[in-house]
Design a binder for this molecule. Structure first.
Ligand code: NAD
Length: 487
């Protein structure tokens, strides 16, 4: 039976580009449809920037940069704090727009996306005051010191799955360090970026310091990668596009940070608290409908617990509330776009062909929305594509293991290395295994605990660079040494 979608949706007007503090249409007049993933219906359109539009946005950022760079850190911090306050003041509106655009449950937007974005601006407001160089001793008569300076104009390219949070994790530290930004949000989910342009302006970010160019990655994103006026690119997205983006940026000798795909393993050792483990395992694979770079879609369970754990999952997973994102009780919403749903369906088909045992879910829900049941698949052959590749949907594969060494080997056996997690009551094992996992972040006895103070980022094909923490602030600066002769 098709899901009932009855709750009222927010009205969203057509979007323009935000350049030099002004709203303007795209030069080519092209527009992109924005769909409600719960109904498949077009809710509005946004401008599709051309390369010329990106050029204009970069020029605006270049013009605005020196004044923002030279604005005292204390004032920049005040503006960022104001952004944080405005996000919370308009929390309901922002949550509704993000929910409509991405298909995220409204409860998740209110509890996670909106406050995390506000916390990120607040955190970097505080850190803006900490940027300083150091005096260095040199063996000749000179006063020598280092300065930390902003990079200049940063191109920020963000993915569809956490539009508000992931634009904040780039824009907040970039602004705190004194950079100007041109932001290219994902084509499927551009709405919160346009709302944020309004808020940033209201908070006192001067015109041209943040510009938003909605549009296609192959046009607007590519133009940012190649533009000589862009000093650095902060990219978050898939490994395949990231590989291309890094090579184009490399050709232009542009520094880049790459936050790419993931396929985290979640290890349940035999000594784990099983109730806690089940909760964490479910959270890890259904959070944000599995469209989470740090999701835990690969479950590894100690063989002594394997069948019992599968039995618990087969009982618990069908009860997870899937439905209208605007229903307060919904835990799993639709996939953000039909192409993502089609990809999930294809992986489940491959799993069945390979002899995988589907113990829960496995089907698309009828209707026009892009819903897929939370799905658990056991007994896939070693080396299956369904285990190795990033599915990016609410699908969990389960494999048994016999020893700690085997669990670590299986966990590290994909090309990715973004997140990982383990369930154990043995403290020594927790530290030992955490140290051996190829990942930028490891969770023990829970999942998806995140905070702006804690850096995350990839190893292997999950990318390089770190977002969050003082590490990200530093990444938006470069060091200059100054030596003054005392002779
Ligand atoms: P994507 O790679 O398709 O797109 C990401 C962004 O790149 C979009 O804004 C897109 O328009 C742009 N783009 C596309 N082609 C481009 C080109 N030729 N030049 C420049 N820009 C281009 O990714 P997606 O489907 O939006 O997001 C999902 C992926 O992002 C998943 O693989 C997920 O794991 C990853 N992700 C990683 C992190 C992280 O922190 N590591 C966080 C969220 C998502």
């Amino acid at each position: 039976m098709a899901l009932t979608i009855t709750d009222p949706r927010p009205e969203v007007g057509p979007g323009q580009l935000f350049v030099a503090g002004q709203w303007r249409p795209a030069g080519g007049g092209e527009r992109l449809d924005v769909l409600d993933p719960a109904t498949g219906r077009v809710v509005t359109t946004v401008a599709a920037a051309t390369a010329t539009d990106v050029h204009t946005a970069v020029a605006a950022a270049r013009t605005a940069f020196p004044e923002w760079r030279d604005t005292p850190a204390k004032i920049r911090a005040r503006v960022l704090r104001q952004v944080s306050d405005l996000i919370m003041a308009r929390a309901d509106e922002i949550a509704a727009v993000e929910s409509l655009d991405v298909g995220k449950p409204i409860s998740l937007c209110r509890a996670v996306d909106v406050p995390t974005a506000a916390d990120t601006y607040e955190y970097y407001a505080a850190l803006a005051l900490t940027l300083e160089g150091a005096q260095r001793s040199v063996p000749f008569p000179a006063h020598a010191y280092t300065r930390r300076e902003p990079l200049g104009v940063v191109g920020a390219i963000t993915p569809f799955n956490f539009p508000l949070i992931l634009s904040s994790t780039k824009i907040a530290p970039a602004l705190a360090a004194g950079n100007a930004v041109v932001h290219k949000p994902a084509e499927d989910t551009p709405l919160s970026a346009l709302l944020m342009a309004e808020l940033l302006t209201e908070a006192g970010v001067p015109e041209g310091v943040v510009n938003v160019v909605t549009g296609l990655g192959t046009v607007a994103g590519e133009a940012l990668l190649t533009h000589p006026g862009v000093d650095a690119v902060a990219f978050t997205g898939s490994t395949s596009v990231g590989r291309h983006a890094a090579s184009v940026a490399g050709e232009h000798l542009k520094p880049v940070s790459m936050e790419l795909g993931g396929n985290a393993a979640h290890i349940v050792f035999e000594d784990a608290d099983m109730n806690q483990a089940v909760d964490a395992v479910i959270k890890a694979f259904v959070f944000n409908t599995g469209q989470f770079c740090m999701a835990g879609p690969r479950l590894l369970v100690a063989r002594s617990r394997y069948e019992a754990f599968l039995e618990i999952l087969s009982q618990a997973v069908p009860g997870i509330p899937v439905g209208d994102p605007f229903d307060e009780t919904t835990v799993v919403g639709p996939m953000a776009a039909e192409k993502h749903l089609a990809k999930v369906e294809q992986y489940v088909r491959i799993a069945r062909e390979e002899g995988g045992r589907v113990i829960a879910g496995g089907e698309r829900l009828p209707g026009d929305g892009f819903f897929f049941q939370p799905t658990v698949i056991a007994d896939l052959p070693a080396g299956s594509r369904v285990v190795r590749e990033e599915i990016f949907g609410p699908v969990l594969t389960v494999q048994p293991f016999d020893t700690e060494d085997e669990a670590v080997m299986l966990a590290n056996s994909t090309e990715y290395g973004l997140a990982a997690g383990l369930q154990t009551r043995d403290v020594a094992r927790a530290h030992r295994v955490a140290a051996r996992l190829d990942a930028g972040i490891v969770w023990v006895n829970d999942w998806a605990m995140l905070d702006p103070a804690l850096p995350f980022g990839g190893v292997k094909h999950s990318g390089f660079g770190r977002e969050n923490g003082p590490e990200a602030l530093e990444a938006y600066t470069r060091t200059k040494s100054v030596l003054i002769s005392l002779a």
